[in-house]
Design a protein around this ligand. Sequence first.
Ligand code: UFG
Length: 333
Amino acid sequence: MSILVLGGAGYIGSHMVDRLVEKGEEKVVVVDSLVTGHRAAVHPDAIFYQGDLADQDFMRNVFTENPDIDAVIHFAAYSLVAESMEKPLKYFDNNTAGMVKLLEVMNEFGVKYIVFSSTAATYGLPDEIPIKETTPQRPINPYGESKLMMETIMKWSDQAYGIKFVPLRYFNVAGAKPDGSIGEDHGPETHLLPIILQVAQGVREKIMIFGNDYNTPDGTNVRDYVHPFDLADAHLLAVKYLREGNPSTAFNLGSSTGFSNLQILEAARKVTGKEIPAELADRRPGDPDTLIASSDKAREVLGWKPQFDDIEKIIASAWAWHSSHPNGYDDRG
Ligand code: UFG
C-alpha cells in the first residue's frame, strides 16, 4: 500500500511526510505545486511530483505510475483568511473546484479513502465553547466556506461513489520538528507565533497585537494550539480508521486548552529569553473572540493522544526551526 500526500511540501504536509517516511511502513508519494510549498521541506525518501492536483492528466499519471496508492491525504489548499476576503474566487477555484477534479480522478482509479485538512474556520462565530463536531458550521469568510463546501462535496461523493472521507478540523497549528530541520515558512507570514519569533530573532522590530477589547479574560483573542506532529499522527489514525472499513466522519483537532495572544507572547519571551517588543493595534476583521476545540471524539474514536500538550514545548520546537533558519527555506530566489 502507498499513501499519496497532496501539499506535502507545505508546513503541515511536510511534517506529515516526515512522520510517514520515518515510520517506514509504506511508500510515500508527494504531490505539490510548489506555489506556496518548498521542495527542501520534502523528505528525500518520498517520491515527489511537482504539479497541480486540478490538472487531471498530471494526476492520472501519478496514479498510473503508483497503482498501489489506496489512500490520499489532502493538505493542498490556500489558507489565509484575510486574502480569502479579498480574493474569494481564488479560494473557491483552487480549494473547492480542485476537490471536484481530484475526486473525479480518484473515482476513475478506484481510490476509496481520503483524509482532508478542514478547519475551525468552518464554525465561524461558534455557538458553544469548547467546539464540538456537532456545533453548527457557519463560516464567516470565504476560506472557511471553501473548506465547508469541500466537506459537502465529499459527503455526496461518498454516497454516490463510495469514496470514504475524514475531514480533520484543525485549530491553530504551531511548532516544528524539534530538531529544527523543517518548520513554518509562509511568504508573507501572517500568523501570530512565527511573527513573534521573527521579532525574537531580530528579523522584525515588533509584534502588533490585534485588539485587546474582546470578551476574553485579558481582552485578547484566545486560540487552541496544536503541533503538526500531533496532527500527522491523527491523519495516520484516520487512514487506519478508513482502511478498517469505518464510516466517514469528521474530527476536531486541538489541545482543548485556550491561550490568549498575550499569553503566547509571554510564553515566547520565556522560551526565547528575548524581550520581544509588542504594540497594541486595532482589531483584525473576522477574528472570533475564542476558539477552543473539544477533541474528545478524536481521542475516543481514533485513540489520538497528542504529545505536545504543553505550549512552551510547542514554542520551543518552533524556536528551534526559526533560530536555525532566519530566512526560512531560503528558496525564493
Ligand atoms: N495576531 C496578532 N498579530 C499578528 C498576527 C496575529 O495579534 O501579527 C492575532 C490574531 O488577531 C488572532 C491570533 O493572533 O487573534 C491568531 O492569529 P493567526 O493569524 O495566527 O491565526 P488565525 O486564528 O487567524 O487562523 C488560524 C489559521 C486558519 C484557521 C484558524 C482556525 O491560519 O487557517 O487558525 O483557528 F482557520
